[in-house]
Design a protein around this ligand. Structure first.
Ligand SMILES: [Zn+2]
Length: 485
């Protein structure tokens, strides 16, 4: 990395970062959020607040959180300017003086007119659309360029983006990353468009240095490539997103990479969510070293970590829930948005031991509270199961290939107890997998599965919906809904 080329988001001290973020925030609230965003107008008003009351990111703590349940009317979260008010703003007048009336109009339209959209996946609730303006797409490109830099990709590399083609952040972030970095990027559209075989064929033909995909899908791609004796010997980078990447998954991916001739592959995980409109990545670690967290862009958003119970901010380095505030985005925006994601080791502003950047980093495993809530496992033998823990437990079982957890009701009776079934496929015809899974449950959890069913690869791909689903199904809920009569 050339230090001369760095900008403040990657080398400023914590004090400078907070100072700059506060300035952006205060101007943003006054000029764009409060005048033009209905939800926040109402929220400020009902709490007796004005834009001018918030000068710093610390002052933000006066503002109540925004939660998933608050998303009602899409337009309430969109910056929709009142034309007369916009025209009267000093910044608009200055634009008109500089570029003429037409030029100013064009620039304001680029900044403010929604032209693009992604949405949440809508597994647990209705999908929430998030609108982007031209200004936001510029930011999506910029964050993409940074992802490429943080992952130490190179413009002469070939990239394959195997995220599923959908109006989801992951696919478009990867697409715009390629454009912004001026590098070859082929977006296959993932399994649903050209199938697993199609992706394997394309990757074999292109022999890219980097593949960007969801971890479970990547695993199936490599499994199939290895079975076909494909050679992916240029591959040195896997960038994963859309799901968490347990340590067990990383080592399985590395092993398979070696089987297709990719001896040294660095694996970087990314983290993003629709409401942030950008994704963050781990940087490329030196050989054999652990990743050092997700590198956040402090000029595009403000991240707080709070205690989900007390709802107060926790000190740096402490676990808590990730809360996100847009800085200078247009289109759909959020302030103090509670992601429902828990970060194990909190936030740090210490320089990254690998790349030296001082941007804030989110450290440790991320667990989605929503995953737990969504499954409502309270009837499972009377124990509340931490699904995030369960996932790591199964993924890190030696000898396990792919797996799926199935929930069903005893006798399919909605009033009966829940049952948990583990479906698994072993590596290299592992004979004792069932016993080992059972043992790990006994050692680490208060429950044991009602059944462990061992499958072959073809059956597992069918169960997970590889090539037919947008996202492989690792947890399925077959419990009949309770009917009220
Ligand atoms: Zn780093």
């Amino acid at each position: 990395m050339n230090p001369k080329k760095q900008s403040w988001w990657e080398n400023a001290s914590k004090d400078e970062i907070i100072h700059r973020q506060s300035r952006i925030l205060s101007h943003y609230l006054k000029s764009r959020v409060l005048p033009f965003t209905r939800h926040y107008q109402t929220l400020f008003e009902s709490n007796g607040l004005e834009a001018g009351d918030i000068h710093t990111t610390d002052d933000l703590q006066m503002l109540p959180f925004t939660r998933k349940e608050d998303f009602g009317e899409t337009r309430d979260f969109v910056i929709i300017p009142d034309q007369a008010q916009l025209k009267a703003q000093w910044s608009s007048i200055r634009l008109a003086l500089m570029y003429g009336k037409k030029g100013a109009k064009k620039r304001l339209e680029h900044e403010l007119r929604p032209i693009f959209m992604t949405s949440t996946t809508g597994r647990s609730s209705d999908p929430v659309p998030f609108l982007y303006t031209g200004h936001d797409l510029d930011r999506l490109e910029e964050s993409g360029r940074r992802l490429m830099q943080i992952c130490c990709s190179r413009p002469d590399y070939k990239h394959v983006n195997a995220f599923p083609f959908a109006p989801h952040l992951a696919f478009w972030q990867a697409h715009y990353a390629g454009l912004a970095y001026n590098t070859f990027t082929l977006s296959t559209g993932g399994g649903k468009t050209v199938g697993t075989e199609g992706n394997v064929r394309i990757i074999t033909k292109i022999n890219p240095e980097a593949v960007i995909a969801m971890p479970t899908f990547m695993y199936h791609l490599l499994q199939e490539a290895a079975a076909e004796n494909a050679r992916w010997d240029h591959l040195n980078t896997l960038v994963l997103g859309g799901e968490k990447v347990p340590a067990g998954m990383r080592s399985k991916l590395r092993k398979l990479c070696a089987e297709v001739g990719a001896e040294k592959v660095d694996i970087m995980s990314t983290y993003g969510f629709t409401e942030a409109k950008v994704a963050w990545s781990e940087c490329r670690p030196p050989e054999g070293e652990a990743p050092t967290g997700f590198h956040v862009y402090p000029d595009m958003g403000f991240v707080e970590v709070i205690d989900p119970q007390t709802e107060k901010r926790v000190p740096d380095g402490q676990a808590g829930e990730i809360v996100f505030t847009q800085l200078d985005a247009r289109g759909s925006i959020v302030l103090r948005y509670r992601t429902g994601d828990l970060i194990e080791n909190g936030l740090t502003y210490e320089p990254c031991p690998h790349c030296g950047r001082t941007c804030p980093r989110l450290l440790g495993k991320i667990s989605r509270v929503s995953d737990i809530h969504q499954l409502k496992l309270d009837k499972l033998k009377g124990t509340l199961v931490d699904f995030n823990k369960l996932e790591h437990l199964i993924d890190d079982t030696p000898g396990i290939g792919a797996w799926q957890i199935e929930l069903r009701k005893h006798n399919d009776d909605p009033h009966d107890v829940d049952e948990l079934i583990v479906h698994a496929v072993g590596l290299n015809g592992d004979l004792n997998l069932e016993g080992r899974i059972h043992q790990r449950f006994t050692d680490q959890l208060e429950i044991t599965p009602n059944a462990i069913e061992i499958h072959n690869w073809e059956q597992m791909r069918k169960l997970q919906g590889v090539g037919t689903e947008l996202k492989e199904r690792k947890v399925v809920d077959h419990r009949p809904k309770e009917t009220t009569s």
